[in-house]
Design a protein around this ligand. Structure first.
Ligand code: DSN
Length: 414
């Protein structure tokens, strides 16, 4: 006689069904609670977002757009996706069209390229080694394999984007699309100037605000809307939603962007992630979230100032946003610093600094971000302690790094 397994919601308890995975999740939960999560692209979602992401929407196929699906039974999927779209537009105070289906920021960017340029066409974007992103034309990414990228960087003098140089390059390269946005750039990006540069050479402008979306939503960073043809973002960094991406575009690009995302780039949307995005967008529209973003920036400024006082060089001399880039030249490699800090339960990532003599596997710097620990309630005073423990660990001036981290975590929210 054959036996069949009946799946009922009532019996699906992870600890009983799969103790191995349950235990790994418990370990990760402990690692997060008892360490300083300072990876600039990470954050901690609310229980409400997690509940939505763990909901029955994970079971639903909904290929297509709301109201035009290739599957039946999508009425609630349609509503939740439209709700996410409306909330996203309200959050960024824009009437740009939005598609919330991209599974990630990279998918959102690739969707834009697929929608508006052809293989071999020219892209002008920020060099990955200067703070850009893989999906902005890196030879290791489809964007660099399919298209023809040229790069701008930061100036040697002040390590900020040199807009005159971008303008000169744009006139020389004549790209089809200019990409403005970064994953390791601590300064304000002048989207208005980028818009003018793009217009001047007849290029489209894609602004990738993945890192700073929460800051843009709350007015802590100038908005690209009104200057860009496309705005892409992830939803899980400063925006503090579930992992994923989304793409905004002006009305003329709506049809092409939608069909580039599906079926061009992806199959079925992850409806549980979209439900989580809807929850996060509502959270991000609250006054509490505005205060949170201010604190994120204040904490990064305090961290930066203290590390400078402790003798470290910070890229561009400080920060305007949620991250700092620590220059470790003459002290150790970024890889060594990442490992030394990890041993003390402090989590950062090794990162190239501008004009880095070392490869990406080693690097001369580390990137440190404040969004996750600010979500746990740490303020400027605690970030002074965070800066000091980082400095002491890296300078070899403490043997009690873990205890000091534990003490900081003990004062943080769960
Ligand atoms: N991996 C992200 C970051 O850390 O910035 C970008 O995709």
């Amino acid at each position: 006689m054959t036996t069949t397994t009946t799946q009922t919601r009532a019996t699906l308890r992870l600890a009983d069904a799969d103790s191995e995975v349950a235990q790994l999740i418990a370990h990760e939960d402990q690692r997060q609670r008892h360490g300083l999560q300072l990876i600039a692209s990470e954050n901690l979602v609310s229980a409400a977002v997690r509940e939505a992401v763990g909901s029955v929407f994970t079971d639903k196929y909904a290929e297509g757009r709301p109201g035009k699906r290739y599957y039946s039974g999508c009425q609630w999927a349609d509503e939740v996706e439209q709700l996410a779209e409306r909330r996203a537009q309200a959050l960024f105070d824009t009437d740009y069209h939005v598609n919330v289906q991209p599974h990630s920021g990279t998918q959102a960017n690739l969707g834009v390229y697929l929608a508006c340029i052809k293989p071999g066409d020219k892209i002008l974007s920020m060099d990955l080694a200067m703070g850009g992103h893989l999906s902005h034309g890196s030879p290791y990414n489809a964007s660099g394999k399919l298209y023809s990228p040229s790069f701008y960087g930061v100036s040697r003098d002040d390590e900020r984007i040199d807009y005159d140089e971008v303008e000169r390059l744009a006139a020389e390269v004549r790209p089809k699309i200019i990409v403005a946005g970064a994953s390791a750039y601590p300064r304000v990006i002048d989207f208005e100037r980028f818009g003018a540069i793009a217009k001047g050479v007849g290029a489209l402008l894609l602004t990738d605000i993945a890192h700073i979306a929460g800051l843009v939503a709350t007015g802590e960073h100038p908005s690209p809307f009104g200057h860009a043809d496309f705005v892409t973002t992830t939803t899980h960094k400063t925006l503090r939603g579930p992992r994923g991406g989304m793409v905004f575009c002006t009305e003329e690009h709506r049809r092409k962007v939608n069909s580039a995302v599906f079926p061009g780039m992806q199959g079925g949307p992850l409806m549980h992630q979209i439900a989580g995005k809807a929850v996060a967008f509502a959270e991000a529209a609250t006054p509490e979230f505005r205060t949170y973003q201010k604190t994120v920036c204040k904490n990064a400024a305090v961290l930066s100032e203290r590390l400078i006082e402790r003798g470290f060089r910070i890229m561009s001399g400080g920060t305007d946003n949620h991250l700092v880039l620590l220059d470790l030249v003459g002290k150790m490699t970024g890889a060594e610093a990442e490992e030394t800090l990890r041993e003390n339960h402090i989590y950062v990532n090794k990162n190239l600094i501008p004009f880095d003599p070392l490869p990406a596997s080693k690097t001369s710097g580390v990137r440190i971000g404040t969004p996750a620990m600010t979500s746990r309630g740490l303020g400027p005073e605690q970030f002074l302690a965070v800066a000091d423990v980082i400095a002491d660990v890296l300078l070899g001036e403490t043997t009690t790094g873990r205890e000091r981290v534990e003490a900081i975590c003990a004062h943080a929210a769960d």
